[in-house]
Design a protein around this ligand. Structure first.
Ligand code: FMN
Length: 368
């Protein structure tokens, strides 16, 4: 039914407008207690065998909503209602900003992909922290907070901007993510170089510890699929050295030619980060490489082109304890998480592994 609706309505609507429209429905439904209970019963049935413990947190399952969909933390309950086991809000920047002007989100329907150059449009760390502080959750769900650099802040002052966000947001975060991998903020990805990343991650760790003393807020870094393999290794080694809790692999890609896209060239050439099905192979490759390097010492989160239960299962076997999705949700609609959970539970039952945790990295362990 969603597919017909997508074809008739959403595919004819400007992608960003369609996003706001869908978003409004989700938020509205989540505000009405009877409705949200009914929707959650239909779309978020629990599978005991998928219960997951990661980053010291208990979750209903391993599958979450990737950053960028709920940038301002306004629809956490709505997304939990749709079956996401964790919701990563953001990217939130130190200061509020409008993001890039003009059309900035494009659908490559034939490729099951998106290109976006949103540029971190968000309400800023102060407003989002206040919103999180005043939230009364309707569902028990894990909330990750993804932080990035305010565009007008020069690269030399990036650390202070991240620190500001970390201090304000860590008290409300189940986990914190340092995003250094969006292609839409000039210079941001330079922060992935270890010389820049080491002081940044150390400063954010200290800021989170200053802001929250009662518990240790898990800290993760999110990386780009466009890093050279040696740079992926370097980030992995740094993460171990700094005692980071996790790595999220991957963000969107600036690659085009090698992806074999079939959409019209003018669309393919739009500036921005590409996500969805064509990103799958490289995201999986980066994840495998990370797991081979860090094993179980660091929690890995697999994201990029996860469209089905089989994709999620492959991420788990490649080393992901948690899996996330965004683009496929646009194409699959409200049944996305439900189908994924059902298929994942079936795969686990048919596998030689007693628990999901046993399956994490099993494919990589076989080959090393
Ligand atoms: C429209 C859009 C906006 C995004 N915004 C962010 C963001 O603000 N921060 C971030 O870390 N990732 C952002 N992402 C990247 C996603 O979180 C995810 O890493 C990427 O899309 C790959 O997953 P997918 O193929 O399932 O979409 C965005 C993706 C899309 C499509």
């Amino acid at each position: 039914m969603y597919k017909i609706f997508f074809k008739l309505v959403f595919s004819r609507t400007d992608p960003e407008r369609a996003h706001h429209l869908a978003f409004r429905w989700i938020r509205l439904a989540a505000r009405v207690p009877v409705l949200r209970t009914f929707v959650a019963a239909a779309l978020a049935p629990r599978h005991k065998e998928l219960r997951t413990e990661a980053l010291g947190l208990r979750m209903h399952g391993p599958f979450g909503l990737a950053a960028g969909f709920d940038k301002n933390a306004v629809a956490i309950d709505g997304m939990a209602m749709l079956g996401f086991d964790h919701v990563e809000i953001g990217t939130v920047t130190g200061e509020p900003q409008p993001g890039n002007p003009g059309k900035r989100l494009f659908r490559l329907v034939g490729d099951r992909a998106l290109i976006n150059r949103m540029g971190f449009n968000n309400d800023g760390s102060l407003a989002v922290a206040a919103r999180l502080a005043s939230r009364t959750p309707a569902f028990r769900t894990v909330v990750g907070v993804n932080i990035g650099k305010t565009k007008v802040v020069p690269e030399e002052e990036a650390v202070d901007d991240y620190v500001k966000s970390a201090e304000r947001l860590a008290p409300h975060a189940d986990y914190l993510v340092v995003n250094v991998s969006s292609p839409n903020t000039p210079g941001l990805r330079n922060l992935q170089a270890t010389e820049a990343l080491r002081p940044l991650l150390s400063a954010v760790r200290e800021a989170a510890d200053r802001a929250v003393t009662a518990r240790r807020v898990p800290l993760l870094v999110k990386i780009a699929p466009d890093l050279a393999d040696e740079d992926v290794d370097a980030v992995a080694d740094l993460a171990v050295e700094l005692g980071l809790d996790g790595i999220i692999a991957t963000n969107t890609t600036i690659a085009r030619e090698e992806l074999g896209l079939t959409s019209p060239p003018a669309l393919v050439q739009e500036t921005g980060g590409l996500s969805g099905a064509p990103l799958k192979a490289r995201s999986l490759e980066v994840l495998r490489r990370l797991y081979a390097r860090v094993g179980d010492r660091i929690t890995l989160v697999g994201v990029g082109g996860v469209g089905s239960a089989e994709d999620a299962w492959q991420r788990i076997l490649a080393g992901a304890t948690l899996v996330q999705g965004y683009s496929a949700f646009i194409y699959e609609g409200p049944f996305y998480a439900r189908g994924l959970h059902k298929g994942l539970a079936a795969r686990l039952r048919q596998s030689p592994y007693a628990t999901l945790a046993d399956a994490v990295g099993a494919d990589v362990r076989k080959t090393v």
